[in-house]
Design a protein around this ligand. Structure first.
Ligand SMILES: [Zn+2]
Length: 355
């Protein structure tokens, strides 16, 4: 028998009692099981105040924390003013409720969208929240010091990643990540980095196929304009272990490895399925007319990877696909990194449409 996912509430619903009650009712009617202090809930509705955005300290990575905050009005500079609440409360998503107006959503990937108050309000919020609450992060890494010696210093393919990273930086397509370390105490910053695999210098990642099963990929939290060292800046992904829910990486012995980009699971799915795909680039930018995923699953989740892989599958030529990640960015496949760069040069819009 399949057990229903458990959810709980944390914090105090000052002024939000009615909305919280409605949301709780909807979650229960959709098969979620409410418990008051579960060990490892699937989803936590974390009620915060602007004076004290109290974090919910999850015990397992599988717990998705949705923070809910009421404000009298929406700030003009939405991301700059609201993103700190999202991360201070150690949440996967922030919902800012403005009474009589509606709810603004903000994701870790800087996705932002609005749901107006009105009929079926709680249901519509549920539909926005549930895919995040039910998605599974694949951000664990297993490092095996089994990289063949001739690859310890990289090869022509890993060098093509360095070159492509420099080019993307030249084109200003690697926006600076939100400066998490400036708004979080050190232990929370480490927690956020560990938890979501984000908190780096810039958004975006690159990879290129090494052979039938393996690919080189940029590390998480590094400057993509300056990718040099194997095991530190560029990693060789050899597989995904479904039982451990971890990416398997071959690294040189004696190197303190960095984690691979959180989107490794997505690239792994695409390479495995399409032998003709030789390279993949992900940027937080947009291209006119790109077919897009239906929902903005969080970075590094199996669900996002699956949704993108599906769009690649649907492309006329999966090795030349440009896939939009809703409220997030693009994943572009190619025969090589050069092929991708040639196709996208001058064609990307820096602003990702939000809906
Ligand atoms: Zn991204």
């Amino acid at each position: 028998m399949q057990t229903s996912p458990v959810f709980t509430l944390s914090g105090e619903a000052v002024g939000l009692e009615l909305l919280v009650h409605d949301l709780k009712t909807v979650f229960e009617s959709k098969g979620y099981d409410y418990q008051s202090e579960p060990e490892t809930p699937r989803m936590v509705l974390n009620l915060i105040t602007s004076a004290k955005p109290q974090p919910y300290r999850r015990r397992a990575q599988a717990t998705m924390v949705i923070s809910l905050l009421e404000l009298p009005k929406v700030p003009d500079n939405l991301i700059a003013e609201l993103y700190p609440y999202l991360v201070r409360a150690l949440s996967n998503m922030l919902v800012v409720y403005v009474s009589g107006v509606g709810a603004h959503f903000l994701t870790l990937e800087l996705g932002q969208y609005f749901e107006p108050e009105g009929p079926r309000f709680a249901e519509r919020l549920f539909e926005r929240i549930e895919p995040i609450a039910s998605s599974v992060l694949v951000v664990a890494n297993q490092f095996d010091p089994d990289l063949e010696p001739e690859l310890w210093k990289g090869d022509a393919l890993s060098q093509s990643i360095s070159a492509a990273g420099r080019k993307l930086a030249d084109w200003d397509l690697l926006p600076t990540a939100f400066p998490l370390e400036d708004i979080l105490p050190p232990e929370d910053f480490r927690h956020v980095k560990r938890l979501y695999g984000i908190g780096g210098l810039s958004y975006g990642n690159l990879s290129t196929r090494k052979d039938d099963t393996r690919f080189w990929m940029s590390a998480s939290g590094v400057n993509k304009a300056n990718l040099r060292e194997v095991g530190r800046d560029i990693l060789l992904v050899k597989d995904y272990d479904i039982a451990k829910n971890a990416m398997l990486l071959s690294v040189p012995p004696g190197v303190e490895p960095r984690r691979v980009s959180v989107d490794a699971i997505e690239h792994w799915m695409i390479y495995r399925e399409h032998p003709q795909v030789g390279a993949i680039i992900h940027v937080h930018a947009w291209m006119e007319g790109a077919p897009s995923t239906q929902f903005n699953y969080p970075c590094g989740t199996y669900e996002l990877a699956d949704a993108v892989a599906q769009k690649v599958r649907e492309a006329t030529d999966p090795s030349q696909a440009v896939v939009g990640l809703k409220n997030h960015g693009l994943t572009i496949t190619g025969r090589s990194l050069e092929d991708i760069l040639n196709r996208i040069e001058g064609r990307l819009l820096r602003q990702v449409p939000m809906s």
